[in-house]
Design a protein around this ligand. Structure first.
Ligand code: FES
Ligand code: MG
Length: 582
């Protein structure tokens, strides 16, 4: 069929599209790039200068939170076509929290690397990133940032509220609660199983303000998502409309200078950090934002997360009462942003081409219980993520104050130390465990190198002995992470980690540990000479990673205070079309 198979005229259209390097040539090279697309039934009109929009899909049945993205991609495709683009969907490594062992975090950087290389190596002018479950969003943002062609994120949206025996139940948060209830004998096994069948009622990601919801909100705040995109439930028909609009906007972004590095500026990260405090977001956001910032050369520091001026206004689990459905219906992120606009940096650009504050101007709050008025916060300013330093964490550690028993925020007690999380779990139910409410549980060997991959075990289950006494919280310290849906007085992300020779490796059972969150300190009350003696006899644990990805990871992963990216992935590379081999 003679249907104008190419545009070989050399006429430069504005904007200049990188896909023309592949498809715009009238000779053999353009032929080779085009003719296989014809095998998919695409006629020549597809190659005449339409922007090529990649739809990077983290759909997988091994990531149930993202399983509906296959359908959402169709809506994005409609939007791309309506706006005159050519949509080409491609799969990306998907990271599912429920299944991946030893932890999904081990693979975040691998997925980011894969997404970056796929974007750069292919004839794409812009890319829509379909994400949802915890690590998929930061991985896609990291990859897109390093490739740095125009990109726009569309998350799959949260699940509907869980409904159990007449009340709402939330992902993660109620699992932690009910598990402790089961261990303490407050509920039956039967009740626990019924709860399991009532929690996940629809497609979508966890609907508490866990890591997935947090990263969706922060992606929107960074400017990488259309306004209102973070909150709508996965099954809300308006998410389909949003998907169409996202595809259409990607076509407009193609070839423009509005790339991830132009949008994700220092000021945009400032706003993300502030919004994270106002929503009671996940401590995992600290790691992810540090890693994303590293990709675009923004000097974000761990200390930047310690905001004493931002109140917690969004009343969602795990810090509060409600779930993402209520947040969306209350006006969602645009309403929150408008409510705290004086606390944010104005002028940050977004994928709309307008500023974040411009996008959100006049967005009403429909429910003051869910998005609280400034004079009636869920928790006052300064009670969010605190960054601690001291002789136990020279490069820092974090604690989510809003999720901890306030009485424990200033606490001194004897350490009970375990080298691995398994060592602790083996004795957690021992009725004779030498533990009191004053004990400080310490678990090491759970950092990026040590585990490897820095798992979400920092919210260690309480010893059964304490549960039986009705005790609901205790100080726990580790180089691990904690699920964004979890709660408790958990000091996390201790850096350097024990496997890297951090002082956490030197703590011994019985040492007194002083946690002083108001003073932002974390210390072991052991004198320097004794610590030096211990260091002299300390041997780094043997690495279990002898080959493959895990070896590469362990050899190159940065510490938590730098976002646990691989050292050689920090930064970005030229996105111009590379050499061709034919
Ligand atoms: Fe996927 Fe929570 S398990 S978002
Ligand atoms: Mg999670």
């Amino acid at each position: 069929m003679n249907d104008a198979s190419h545009d070989g005229s050399g006429t430069a259209a504005a904007p200049i599209l990188r896909s023309r390097e592949w498809f715009g040539d009238g000779g053999k090279n353009g032929f080779i790039a085009r003719h296989h697309l014809r095998a998919m039934g695409l006629g020549g009109q597809n190659f005449q200068g339409r922007p090529v929009i990649g739809i990077c899909n983290t759909y997988s049945e091994l990531t149930p939170c993202n399983a509906h993205l296959r359908l959402m991609a169709d809506a994005v495709r409609r939007g791309v076509l309506q706006a005159g683009g050519l949509p080409l969907e491609f799969p990306a490594m998907s990271l599912g929290e429920p299944f991946l062992r030893p932890t999904s975090m081990l693979y975040r950087n691998l997925a980011a690397m894969e997404i970056e290389e796929q974007i750069r190596a292919n004839p794409l002018d812009a890319v829509v990133l379909l994400t949802g479950c915890d690590k998929t969003t930061p991985a896609a943002l990291m990859g897109a940032a390093s490739a740095d062609i125009p990109a726009i994120v569309l998350t799959g949206g949260p699940m509907l509220n869980g409904k159990f025996r007449g009340r709402d139940v939330g992902s993660g948060t109620d699992i932690w609660r009910m598990t402790e209830d089961l261990r303490a004998g407050r509920i039956s096994q039967e009740e626990f199983e019924e709860f399991e069948s009532c929690l996940n009622r629809s497609p979508g990601h966890c609907m508490t303000m866990g890591t997935a919801s947090t990263m969706a909100c922060l992606t929107e705040t960074l400017g990488m998502m259309l306004p209102g995109g973070s909150g709508l439930p996965a099954v809300d028909a308006r998410r389909g409309v949003l998907a169409e609009a996202t595809g259409a906007r990607a076509v407009e972004l193609a070839g423009s200078a509005l790339t991830p590095s132009a949008i994700m500026t220092r000021e945009a990260f400032e706003n993300a950090v502030r919004v994270n405090a106002a929503i009671g977001g996940s401590t995992n956001a600290v790691l992810h934002l540090l890693a994303i910032a590293g990709r675009v050369g923004v000097d974000l520091r761990l200390e930047d997360f310690d905001r004493r001026d931002i109140p917690l206004l969004v009343d969602l689990m795990p810090s509060g009462r409600y779930l993402m459905e209520e947040f969306a219906y209350a006006g969602g992120l645009p309403a929150l942003i408008d409510r705290i606009r004086d606390l944010l940096v104005p002028g940050t650009l977004t994928v709309t081409g307008d500023s974040l504050l411009g996008n959100c101007a006049g967005s009403p709050v429909y429910d003051d219980e869910v998005i609280r008025p400034r004079e009636r916060p869920v928790q006052p300013a300064g009670t969010g993520t605190a960054v601690l330093h001291g002789n136990l964490a020279p490069r820092g550690a974090v604690i989510k104050q809003s999720a901890a028993d306030p009485a424990l925020l200033r606490h001194t007690g004897p350490a009970l130390v375990f080298d691995t999380v398994e060592d602790y779990l083996a004795v957690a139910d021992d009725p004779d465990l030498d533990v009191t409410a004053d004990t400080v549980l310490v678990v090491r060997g759970a950092g990026p190198k040590g585990y490897p991959g820095m798992p979400e075990v920092g919210n260690l289950p309480l010893p059964k002995r304490l549960l039986d006494q009705g005790i609901g919280d205790m100080v726990r310290i580790s180089d691990a992470r904690m699920s964004g849906t979890a709660f408790g007085a958990a000091v996390l992300h201790v850096a350097p980690e024990s496997a890297a020779g951090g002082p956490l490796a030197l703590v011994a059972t019985g040492d007194r540990i002083r946690l002083d969150v108001p003073g932002r300190r974390l210390d072991m009350l052991v004198d320097d000479a004794e610590l030096e003696r211990r260091r002299a006899t300390w041997n780094a644990p043997a690495s279990l990673a002898d080959r493959g990805w895990t070896r590469l990871y362990v050899e190159h992963v940065n510490q938590a205070d730098q976002g646990a990216d691989l050292d050689f992935l920090v930064g970005k590379s030229d996105s111009s079309p590379g050499r061709r081999a034919f």
